[in-house]
Design a protein around this ligand. Structure first.
Ligand SMILES: Nc1ncnc2c1ncn2[C@@H]1O[C@H](COP(=O)(O)OP(=O)(O)OP(=O)(O)O)[C@@H](O)[C@H]1O
Length: 238
C-alpha cells in the first residue's frame, strides 16, 4: 500500500481579516487500503485530499506520499495518484467518454492497446453504450462515473475520490461501491455516504479543519452521528 504521511501539515489562506486556517496542524500516517474522510460541509475534506495529490501545498509542515514530498516532487506523486473531482466537468474535456479515456491512456499505454483498454474500463462501469455519445447528452451521474473511468484507466496506485457519488442514483451508488470493493488499489474517499464510510477500514472525521475522530469505519461513523446529533439537539437524543 501507499504510505501517506502528514507531519504537522497545515493549510492557511490569506483573508481580508488576516488569514484563515483550513487545516490545523495535522500529523497522521495512512496505510490502510480503504480510508474515508467524512464531516460537515466546509470541514476541510477536499482540502485534505488536494494536499495528497500536490494540488495544494501545505503552508506549514510536510505531506509525503511513499516518501515523496508533495512540495518538491509533485510530478512523481501524480504518476502514482489519481484524483477524481466532484465536478466531472473538471475531468471530461473531450467530446466523448471514449476519447477522454483514450486521452488519459496516452500517459501509460501504447497506442495500439488504448482502444481495448478504454472499452474494458467503460464496460466495467456500465458506460459501454454511452462511450461514443456526446458528453453533453449524458446525465450528471453518467458524467460522474465517466470521470472515474478516466482516472481508473491509468491504474493509479492510490485513488483519491472527492465526493464521487453526489450525483449518483441508488443503482449507480451501489455500482460505485462494488467497483471500489473490487479495486486492488488503495482508495481514499471523501464522502457524505455514511454507509460507504462505515465499510472502510479507517475513517477520519473532520470538523473545522481538524481531525476530531480517527477510528475504524463503524465506530467513526457512529461518533460522527453522535457529534452531529448533539450539536443539533444539545443535551437531547443522540
Ligand atoms: N482559497 C480559499 N480561501 C478561503 N477559504 C477557502 C479557500 N479554499 C477553501 N476555503 C474554505 O475552506 C473550508 C473547507 O473547504 P473544503 O472544500 O475543504 O470543505 P469540504 O469539507 O470538502 O466541504 P464540502 O462537504 O462542502 O465539499 C470551506 O469553508 C471553504 O469555503
Amino acid at each position: 500500500m501507499t504510505r501517506i504521511e502528514l507531519d504537522r501539515a497545515t493549510v492557511e489562506v490569506p483573508t481580508d481579516t488576516g488569514g484563515r486556517v483550513l487545516l490545523h496542524p495535522t500529523t497522521l500516517t495512512l496505510t490502510e487500503r480503504r480510508v474515508a474522510v467524512i464531516g460537515p460541509n466546509g470541514s476541510g475534506k477536499s482540502t485534505l485530499l488536494r494536499l495528497l495529490d500536490a494540488l495544494l501545498e501545505p503552508t506549514g509542515g510536510t505531506v509525503r506520499v511513499d516518501g515523496l514530498d508533495t512540495r518538491h516532487q509533485p510530478a512523481a506523486i501524480r504518476r502514482r495518484v489519481g484524483f477524481v473531482f466532484t465536478d466531472p466537468a473538471a475531468q471530461l474535456i473531450m467530446p466523448t467518454l471514449r476519447e477522454d479515456v483514450q486521452l488519459s491512456l496516452r500517459r501509460t499505454t501504447p497506442r495500439r492497446q488504448r482502444a481495448d483498454r478504454a472499452t474494458e474500463v467503460l464496460d466495467a462501469l456500465g458506460l459501454g453504450p454511452l462511450a461514443d455519445q456526446s458528453v453533453f447528452d449524458l446525465s450528471a451521474g453518467e458524467r460522474q462515473l465517466g470521470a472515474l473511468a478516466v482516472v481508473l484507466a491509468v491504474d493509479p496506485a492510490l485513488l483519491l475520490l472527492d465526493e464521487p457519488s453526489t450525483l449518483l442514483d441508488l443503482p449507480n451508488t451501489l455500482l460505485l461501491r462494488r467497483t471500489l470493493d473490487r479495486l486492488d488499489q488503495q482508495v481514499l474517499i471523501s464522502t457524505h455516504d455514511l454507509d460507504l464510510a462505515a465499510g472502510c477500514e479507517r475513517v477520519l472525521v473532520l470538523d473545522g479543519g481538524r481531525v476530531v475522530v480517527d477510528d475504524a469505519g463503524p465506530a467513526a461513523v457512529q461518533a460522527y452521528r453522535r457529534r452531529t446529533a448533539e450539536r443539533l439537539l444539545p443535551g437531547g437524543r443522540g
